[in-house]
Design a protein around this ligand. Structure first.
Ligand code: S3P
Length: 437
């Protein structure tokens, strides 16, 4: 499947099918939250299955820079939580690399600390919008500064003396929600948040699991200031967003049959699976249980002869926000139109994912049209190999790899090692699943 890989490019050849049974590395969103919450809990916690991508390692490094001791044993990562007020002022800038989750969640946590800290990141992260967090954090009483009046990193924060608030989020964003909940833990009074529509709710679930007083009622969330999480044992399920690339590829390649075991199936993250089911894919949940307040289970995916185009819009968008590049690839092979609307948030992800997806799939011969808030794909049932740019965006690189597997001819993907941001094992697991194909 993979012909040649260097740091700068990889060649992907077409295959007929994907076969095999896999476990995936831990969920990225849950791993960040586990590291942060166990760091401010008092005493020893265990995180089993933490993800080791660059984003999560940036969060880990930041927690260590604030005095948190972490060790590895054969069961997982042992975090020696310093308690709610035990973090130390970091001696240097906390470098968040490419990770929006690290920056936004830590900004919330640091707003609760009565010390000075600075958050920065790589050339992509420093272009991402931060007023969505700096504005409400200031309202809570934190002193938060960033370039362009709080819009861009680096952010510098002098926290402490926060007050609770009642706040409606202007955009559905789990990062903003989680940032404010972390600040809310340190607030005097309670914080009440209203989301415009439901975004991933891992923070709420983990806070509940670790004993914080949090109430969720539809789109309203209430958290009592001072009700800090306790130490505990957290199991991190496989990452459903990483799984989506294999789910997409196996659905498109007819003879495929794969199983993905122990993967997170939280309803706020199942949008891609549900979209593919609407397109006619053969995806079965063969086992499901609840662990640490999160649904976890096994999936079985078989290739299908044909899929049909669908419209994805509105409240479903946050449930598959990270899966839209791979959904667009699937749309290229579906009959009729696949329309993606209300997804303007994609323009401020690791790269402008609307522009990047449209530009790169066009190079592969797709009939795809850019819209302000999404794209229209007219499925032609085929793509051709081309030289494609990942723009240093991990999800672009992985979506293009799937496009390459299903295309005619060779596809060259530039900067393929960026998959390590969320999924360092991606090329190896793909190699394993395509070995029979
Ligand atoms: C994430 C939330 C999403 C998602 C990102 C991870 C999280 O971002 O795109 O990859 O862990 O909270 P937004 O909540 O900003 O949409």
């Amino acid at each position: 499947m993979v012909l040649k890989m260097s740091a700068n490019y990889i060649y992907v050849n077409p295959v007929k099918q994907l076969r095999g049974e896999i476990y995936l590395p831990g969920d990225k969103s849950i791993s960040h939250r586990a590291l942060i919450l166990t760091s401010i809990a008092k005493g020893k916690s265990l995180i089993k299955g933490m993800q080791r991508g660059r984003d999560c390692l940036a969060t880990l490094k930041a927690m260590k820079a604030m005095g948190v001791e972490v060790e590895e044993n054969r069961d997982g990562l042992v975090v020696h939580g310093r308690g709610p007020d035990g973090l130390k002022e970091p001696e240097n800038v906390l470098y968040c690399e490419n990770s929006g989750t690290t920056m936004r969640l830590l900004a919330g946590l640091l707003s609760g600390q009565s010390f000075y800290s600075v958050l920065s990141g790589d050339e992509y992260l420093t272009k991402r919008p931060m007023r969505r967090i700096t504005e409400p954090l200031r309202r809570m009483g934190a002193q938060v500064f960033g370039r362009k009046n709080g819009q861009f990193p680096p952010l510098s924060i002098l926290g402490g003396n926060l007050k609770g608030m009642d706040y409606s989020l202007p955009v559905p964003s789990a990062q903003v929600k989680s940032c404010l909940l972390l600040a809310g833990l340190y607030a005097d009074g309670k914080i009440c948040l209203t989301e415009p529509c439901r975004s991933r709710d891992h923070t709420e679930r983990m806070l509940k699991f670790l004993g914080a007083e949090i109430e969720v009622n539809g789109l309203r969330i209430r958290l009592k200031g001072g009700s800090f999480p306790s130490a505990g044992k957290i199991f991190v399920p496989g990452d459903i967003s990483s799984a989506s690339f294999f789910i997409g590829a196996a659905s498109l390649l007819k003879g495929s049959k794969i199983k993905i075991l122990n993967v997170g199936l939280n309803p706020t993250r199942r949008g891609f699976v549900e979209a593919l089911l609407r397109m006619g894919a053969d995806i079965r949940i063969t086992r499901m249980e609840k662990r640490c307040e999160e649904e976890v289970g096994d999936l079985e995916i078989r290739g299908k002869d044909s899929l049909k185009g669908i419209v994805v819009e509105g409240e479903t968008i946050p449930q598959l926000i990270d899966e839209i590049p791979i959904l667009a690839v699937v749309g290229c092979f579906a009959e009729g139109e696949t329309v993606i609307k209300d997804a303007q948030e994609l323009r401020v992800k690791e790269t402008d994912r609307i522009k990047a997806t449209v530009t790169e799939l066009k190079k592969m011969g797709a009939d795809i049209e850019e819209r302000d808030d999404g794209m229209i794909i007219r499925g032609k049932g085929k793509l051709k190999g081309a030289e494609c740019n990942s723009y240093g965006d991990h999800r672009m690189a992985m979506a293009l790899a799937v496009a390459g597997l299903c295309a005619k001819g060779k596809t060259k993907i530039l900067n393929p090692e960026c998959v390590a941001i969320s999924f360092p094992e991606f090329w190896d697991i793909l190699g394993k699943l395509t070995a029979a194909g």
